[in-house]
Design a protein around this ligand. Structure first.
Ligand code: C2G
Length: 155
């Protein structure tokens, strides 16, 4: 039996990956219902976070996850207390890269930090894609040099 009726978590959830999935799955072990506040594109600008996938698609993907009961937009750092009251939240649950950052909400609901999933993040995925495209560009340039030389030899 889950300990809490309703939990909330906040995040960008860009390039949805298994780290996000594992967190939502673990939150489901603690709560019957999960509300996920997905950071809007404007709020990500405030957070200094560049995203690949626009808010509407990030929210759509999170909404389709079977552990999730409701998705709301995260517009600001300051909305958490209002959300806790509005959605009758019993627990705010985040990955432990946020350890301690939301303890100020402890008078209003349980605040729990769960271990992050290692070796995966949207940032690492973007770095990997960048590296792959750099390799491809180098290989394409090399191939172009060879083809240019062949063409010159044929003339
Ligand atoms: N997460 C995780 N394991 C990973 C990556 C992320 O457990 N490998 C967790 C994070 O700890 C966070 C959630 O997944 O709880 C969403 O992560 P992000 O999309 O990176 O969200 P973030 O930028 O941390 O935004 O107001 C709070 C912020 O909106 C949180």
């Amino acid at each position: 039996m889950a300990k809490f009726k309703r939990a909330i978590t906040y995040g960008t959830f860009d390039m949805f990956h298994v780290g996000h999935l594992e967190l939502l799955k673990r939150i489901k072990n603690h709560a019957e219902e999960i509300v996920v506040a997905v950071s809007t594109d404007d709020f990500n600008t405030i957070k200094g976070k560049k995203t690949i996938i626009p808010y509407a698609q990030r929210a759509q993907i999170v909404e389709a996850i079977r552990y999730v009961d409701r998705v709301i937009p995260e517009h600001s750092w300051e909305q958490k207390l209002e959300d806790i009251r509005k959605y009758q939240i019993d627990a705010l649950i985040m990955g432990d890269d946020w350890e301690g950052k939301f303890d100020f909400l402890k008078p209003y609901c349980e605040v729990i930090y769960l271990p992050r999933t290692k070796d995966i993040s949207s940032t690492e995925l973007k770095e990997t894609l960048k590296a792959i495209s750099c390799v491809n560009v180098r290989e394409l340039n090399h191939a172009l040099e060879i083809l240019t030389r062949i063409k010159e030899n044929l003339e």
